[in-house]
Design a protein around this ligand. Structure first.
Ligand code: IMP
Length: 192
């Protein structure tokens, strides 16, 4: 089967492709020559995820899914959360976002945090969501150059490397996205 991934983020697409079984073909928005930005103005991660999937489903009428992700820091009452992409500024700079987060976590503050991904799948006028969470902590500084986003400052529970110090396969062993994808793929298998 062929499914559209409603995202312009090629790094996310690579992570998703790496866990897809044979028999599922992923089309990204670039494959469909769709370069328009999808609005992400909903107040929750669940809402943004649903909006993106519905938007692209309406555009192409093909089974499609979206992923919306947030980094939720306990000591900051869950911030940056749904505002993770534009935490430091509207420009969506990963470096500025991480710098802001590191500067807000002062000495002695708890550093526990979690990544949360919500995948929404739209198909045949139906919609279903899957949530993947990984608990961990924010490192003292940026480490590693793999991955994207906040990967250089997140250390999953039971890991000693940041996500940016891991290979894609290692990150998949822990990640919020891989966990949400596992549920989604099992749903697709049951549907078949
Ligand atoms: P979105 O889901 O693309 O809207 O991402 C929200 C924010 O979280 C952006 O700043 C992303 O770079 C960041 N982000 C999303 N997924 C990950 C991840 O797997 N690791 C690190 N940062 C991520």
């Amino acid at each position: 089967m062929t499914i559209v991934f409603a995202s312009h983020n090629e790094k996310k697409a690579s992570e998703i492709r790496s866990v897809l079984p044979q028999g599922i073909t992923l089309l990204t928005l670039a494959d469909l020559n769709y370069h328009q930005e999808i609005p992400e103005d909903e107040p929750t991660i669940e809402g943004n995820s649903a909006f993106k999937a519905q938007w692209i489903f309406k555009e192409f009428g093909m089974p499609c899914f979206a992923d919306d992700t947030g980094l939720e820091v306990d000591a900051l009452d869950g911030a940056p959360g749904v505002h993770s992409a534009r935490y430091a500024s509207i420009q969506r700079s990963d470096e500025a976002n991480m710098d802001k987060l590191l500067s807000e976590l002062g000495p002695g503050m708890h550093r526990e945090a979690q990544f949360k991904t919500v995948i929404t799948y739209c198909y045949a006028q139906k919609q279903v969501q899957f949530t993947g969470i990984v608990r961990g902590k924010i490192s003292e500084d940026k480490r590693g150059d793999q991955g994207f986003g906040y990967d250089p400052i997140f250390i999953a529970d039971d890991a000693h490397l940041t996500f940016a110090q891991m290979t894609l396969e290692q990150k998949n062993n822990y990640s919020h996205r891989a966990r949400a994808m596992k549920q989604f793929l099992s749903f697709l298998t049951d549907l078949a």
